[in-house]
Design a protein around this ligand. Sequence first.
Ligand code: HEC
Length: 99
Amino acid sequence: MKKLMTAAAALALLSAPAFAAGDAEAGKAKSAVCAACHGAEGISAMDIYPNLAGQKAGYLVSQLKQFRDGERSNPIMAPMAKPLSDQDIEDLAAYYSGL
Ligand code: HEC
């Protein structure tokens, strides 16, 4: 019983949606500009642009915030992240992680 409850608690924690605020549909709408480099389905056509499809939402959120806030710098990508709000980032992460 105790084991079961621990498992249930762990499951609750796992599914505790750290990024539940992300809306994949909204993210898709916001991804038009990203598609130019990262591909329409999150698979890029060029070697220097990373694929985003299927990437973990938490990682995408973290990297986008780092680009936006100047903690990760890249002359191409950083300006793309600059105008994004936290909500934009969560929506985009929900969209790309679900592809
Ligand atoms: C003009 C091309 C271009 C556009 C447009 C662009 N990116 Fe990028 N993106 C890049 C490049 C280049 C990198 C790799 C940067 C590096 O090497 O550090 C990158 C990296 C990233 C990463 C980090 C991936 C990883 O594996 O670490 C994320 C996340 C990302 N872009 C999301 C987006 C989103 C979301 C948009 C739209 C708002 C977008 N990008 C628009 C060129 C672009």
